[in-house]
Design a protein. Structure first.
Length: 185
């Protein structure tokens, strides 16, 4: 997100996050590395475990490997607070901010294909988009997409690729969409 203004992609991520409902599969808890922590996260850990912040820092925090000045969880893959036998977070109520904002508002801000809840959100978003496409056809490009099943499928694939952050796929699909549109009568 860029300062105080939200672009279209920022707005979309906020909407998608609002729809997102975690299924508790734990895939993010076993593959996320690093798990970024902020000062509030560290204080919450200290309060939760009834230890001084200095001890929480020593026990649970390390320097981020790629971002100077940032902190992250010491033990990940799986997260040290993920209970593998129950497939649940042991500190869910005080989980770090990055976990609370996962997946659309944290890190890269995109869906994960291994996350069932992310994929459900994408299904909802695509259904909403399809509904909008059926009801608003003032733009000639939109009308061309609606009238051409191949073009519509390419456009849907492009939108999914864009949402999940597949830039190369977006470039390839965009080029294919242009070729198909240029061939239209």
């Amino acid at each position: 997100m860029n300062g105080s203004t939200l672009d279209h992609d920022d707005q979309l991520r906020i909407i998608l996050q609002g729809i997102f409902r975690c299924k508790g599969c734990g895939r993010c808890c076993v593959t996320a590395d690093p798990i970024i922590l902020n000062g509030d996260d560290v204080q919450a850990l200290a309060r939760h475990f009834k230890i001084p912040v200095s001890r929480a820092l020593k026990r649970y925090v390390r320097a981020h490997p790629d971002l100077p000045g940032q902190q992250c969880m010491k033990e990940t893959e799986p997260c040290q607070f993920f209970d593998t036998s129950r497939a649940r977070c042991r500190i869910y109520e005080i989980r770090p901010q990055v976990c609370r904002l996962y997946p659309f508002l944290s890190g890269e801000g995109r869906a994960r294909l291994d996350c069932p809840a992310s994929l459900e959100v994408l299904d909802v978003a695509m259904a909403a988009r399809a509904h909008l496409q059926q009801t608003t056809w003032e733009d000639p490009t939109a009308a061309a997409i609606e009238g051409n099943p191949k073009l519509r499928e390419l456009f849907n694939q492009y939108m999914v690729a864009r949402i999940v952050g597949k830039k190369e796929m977006c470039r390839e699909l965009g080029a294919e969409i242009r070729r198909v549109m240029e061939a239209l009568p």
